[in-house]
Structure formats: structure tokens, C-alpha cells
Design a protein around this ligand. Sequence first.
Ligand code: BTN
Length: 262
Amino acid sequence: MSPGERDRAGFNVVTFDAIGSTNDEARRLAAAGAADGTVVWARKQTSGRGRRGRAWLSPRGNLYCSVLLRPHVDIAVAAQFSLVTAVALAETFTELLPRRGHVQQKWPNDVLINGRKAAGILLESSGMGTGRPDWLIVGCGVNVARLPELPETVATSLHAEGAGEATPEQVLQAFLAHLQVWRRRWETEGMAPVRRAWLDRAYGLGERLVVRLPGSMLQGVFRGLDEQGALLLASDDGRLLTVTSGELFFGRDRPEGETRCC
Ligand code: BTN
């Protein structure tokens, strides 16, 4: 562990030069009793993980961190933290980009700059996906200087969008400050302000899209978020569906082989 533990914006950051996955290390620390607010940060990952079992290539130059939380709420509510995190990342990018690039959140867990993915969030929790989790881990990968290839994704980085001076450490510092503000707001005021902030920067609102679920697809128009942060989809058969998980494909980024929609 190097150079050790530091306090930033009320978080306790544990720093590594290289590690397999910061999410895995955060899980280990959670099991060993680490406190809420512990953050694992690594300059490089050798087995970074993305959503849906994908690899997250993690060369030096980008930000890889995992925030350990011990929320006193059920998992359905704790899962809202991915939107809290996306809003904090979007504010961070807006602050760092000199030309104020067009920063948006893509439901559920991505942050885009000028329509390209700049960050992804991987939320993991203890338990079996029901009840109150003992811990929640929010893993964030931010393309700061490097642009690893991502399957089915058009990606960008902070440097490519004009924030050429930003270092992973600066991005972490700014992100944790925004995260602290939004976490407190979420705890005291609930999901309403998070939902409003998220919708202000929503990618694809009002557009046609395909939602890929395990084993099936839904098609329709993205109508917004419900009060819990689930996606509202006006389906082609006239129903308003509430979607709690899935992958979204708008227009040109629709899944391979899918030609009927958007
Ligand atoms: C995605 O698929 O978009 C989510 C990517 C999440 C990557 C981050 S990098 C830090 C943390 N450690 C991991 O192994 N994954 C997450």
C-alpha cells in the first residue's frame, strides 16, 4: 500500500500503485470491517472489471477507485447510489472541462462527454440482492488521459475533451468533494434532488431506444425516471414500463444485429 491513507472530503483514501481490482480490494476491506467512507484508489488495475462480466482495461493515467458505503437502507434504495455517483461525476467533469463540454449521464451507470463514454460505474453489494446490505461498493472508472477500447461503446477521455492538465489525483479529489455533497443531499432530502439533477443532464431523453435485458429486448421511447430512479419507457404497444436494470442503445449505438429500432 503506497503512499498510505489520507483524508479527502471526509473519505479515507487507501492508495495503491497497482492492484487487481479496486472493487475486489474494497470487498476485502469491507469483510475485514473497514468503515463507511473508505475509498480504494489505484493508479493501475491488472484485472479491472466492468458491468456484465466485461473486463475494464485499466492502464496508468486513468482513475480507478471504489467507495465503500454502509448504507442503512434496503438494497432497492441503496442502488440509487449509482445515480448519485453519476451526478457527482458529471459535476466533476463539468468543473474540469475548460470549454464546458456537453456532459451527460446515460442511464443507469455511465457518464458521457459530447455523447461519448468517459466513465462507468460498477455497483456491488453484500447479500443476495434483497434486504439491507452490510456494504455497498461503488466502483468508478474514469478515462482521464487514456482511451482503452470498450466493446459496443464510443469512448472519450477528459484529456481528449480539453481537460489536458487534469491528473487522476485531481479528478479523484474533485469527485469525492461532489460525492460528499450529493450523498448528504440524498440522505437528507431523498431521491428527488438527485432525480432532478440527473434529468437535467440526461442522455437520450425523449428518444427511441432499445433496452437489452438478460434474454430479451424492449423498444420504445425514453420518457424519464420514476421517483426511485427507474427508467420509464413508453413501449410501442402503448404501455409505460418501469425498467430497473438493462443496457440502453440509442440510434447508432444499438446492439449488433438489431435493425428495427431507432
Ligand atoms: C462499466 O462497465 O461501465 C463499469 C466500469 C467500472 C470500472 C471500475 S474501475 C474501478 C473499479 N474497479 C473495478 O474493477 N471496476 C470498477
